[in-house]
Design a protein around this ligand. Structure first.
Ligand code: PMP
Length: 436
């Protein structure tokens, strides 16, 4: 029986094993909250495009990190941040043109009815605010999330992040539904998922909470990446909205073109979210995030409490965000994600067909999930083998992470600037890694 894994536990350095040098220094400074990738952590010194460079001179192809989405240290983003920080950086209580320039550019990408954007510094803060707004608007307190969801680290959001909880059970106001996969719902994922969400609404009703919102990452990253068939989310979302609940689209992972098919992940499903939250790739590494909502919803929330975020939406964040949007358009990165992602998927499918260890492959654009199973061919998840493959890939100069309920899904998530040769390099390394 596979063990359910906590999200930060996947492919992580085991602090109880101790260590010397830079590892000891890190553990002494960060203590129990320190999370390091790999059994043998890597000390990084530089990065550019899809490549990272370690202290010992090794260059790694980065298939892990979805933050520097337009490429590590993109010169245009670096120049925009540098110029703005040298000119003016302050909070949003002054009128600074670049902040509104950014908000308008971002709103151009969003549905017209979500006309207000609150800028924050992290995806967690954006989701925290979304949860509070959903409660204020619906007058209810319950939330539906998927079984292995991760939505952030504030107290409120941790309660709606089953994959972050180590020991505590979920609180009564949070009900989970299995991830949208065939294993849970058979062939008709749309109908199965809708029925599960409706049952969750009933459970919240029976507990006296009611459904304030269904909160979902439309590519289901921490659940193991479930993208298809596009449109499967629609019946579940409609059921929630018809019952007076909100749908919060957590776009922290699929947003900003990653799926190739659309700028936002929810667009692939033909749904109209009530709130959109975003973060990670938004500033290409500059810490910024945001939440878009209807003006009347935000106004309802603000009648009760004020909201101010000192660093949220500062002029440097606006400069970074504006440069990211410009680069995505200029370099055709959404289209690149679609094109190179399709090439990558096709190559990996070939490898999968020849390997009894690869049990399934899924995904959209430059976000794929590859399930790895036990040697006996039974299809059972093999988290231990997944770590082995991750380590073999690292030895071959490729960085990749794990996801899923049991940590047996490889999370293939390179920067959107990935080129065909880099995709081929990954396919080759993967082929060698799953040979043993
Ligand atoms: N939502 C999702 C889907 C995420 O993956 C994450 C971060 N992994 C968050 C929210 C939280 O974002 P942050 O770490 O910026 O607070």
């Amino acid at each position: 029986m596979s063990r359910v894994r906590q999200i930060l536990d996947m492919n992580a350095f085991d602090a109880s094993a101790g260590g010397g040098g830079a590892v000891k220094r890190r553990l002494d400074n960060l203590g129990a909250a320190s999370v390091l990738f790999y059994r043998e952590p890597i000390e990084m010194v530089a990065a550019r495009g899809a490549w990272m460079e370690a202290r010992d001179g090794t260059r790694y192809l980065d298939f892990y990190n979805n933050v520097p989405s337009v490429g590590h240290s993109h010169p245009e983003v670096v120049a925009a941040i540098s110029a703005q920080v040298a000119r003016l950086n302050t909070n949003t209580r002054y009128l600074v043109g670049i902040v509104d320039d950014y908000l308008e550019a971002l709103k151009d990408k969003l549905p017209a009815d979500l006309a207000n954007v609150v800028m924050t510094c992290s995806g967690s803060e954006a989701n925290d605010l979304a949860i509070r707004i959903a409660r204020a608007v619906s007058g209810r307190t319950g939330f539906i999330v998927t079984e292995t969801a991760y939505h952030g680290n504030t107290a409120l959001v941790t309660e709606a992040s089953p994959s972050a909880l180590k020991r505590s059970p979920l609180p009564g106001h949070v009900v989970t539904v299995p991830a949208p996969e065939n294993a849970a719902y058979g062939d008709d994922i749309a109908e199965g998922f809708r029925a599960a969400v409706v049952a969750a609404m009933k459970a919240l009703e029976a507990r006296g909470h009611g459904t304030a919102a269904f909160l979902a990452d439309s590519i289901f990253s921490s659940d193991g990446i479930f993208a298809d068939p596009a449109g499967f989310l629609r019946p579940a979302v409609q059921a929630v909205q018809e019952a007076g609940g909100l749908f919060v689209a957590d776009e922290v992972q699929p947003g900003f073109g990653r799926t190739g098919d659309a700028f936002w992940g929810y667009e692939r499903h033909g749904i109209a979210p009530d709130i959109v939250t975003m973060g990670k790739p938004m500033g290409n590494g500059f810490p910024m995030a945001g939440m878009a909502a209807r003006p009347e919803h935000l106004a309802m929330f603000c009648e009760d409490v004020g909201y101010f975020n000192t660093f949220g939406g500062n002029p440097v964040a606006a400069a970074a965000g504006l440069a990211v949007l410009k680069v995505i358009a200029q370099e055709g990165l959404q289209e690149n994600a679609r094109r190179v992602g399709a090439h990558l998927k096709a190559g990996l499918s070939q490898v999968a067909a020849g390997s009894d260890r690869v049990t399934q492959m899924r995904g959209a654009g430059l976000f794929l999930g590859i399930d790895l199973g036990t040697k006996d061919g039974s299809g059972a998840e093999d988290a231990g083998y997944t770590v082995q493959v991750i380590d073999r890939m690292r030895a071959a100069g490729v960085l990749i992470g794990a996801a899923g309920r049991y940590g047996a899904t490889l999370k293939v998530r390179p920067p959107l600037c990935l080129n065909m040769a880099e995709a081929d390099r990954f396919i080759e390394a993967f082929e060698k890694a799953v040979r043993g």
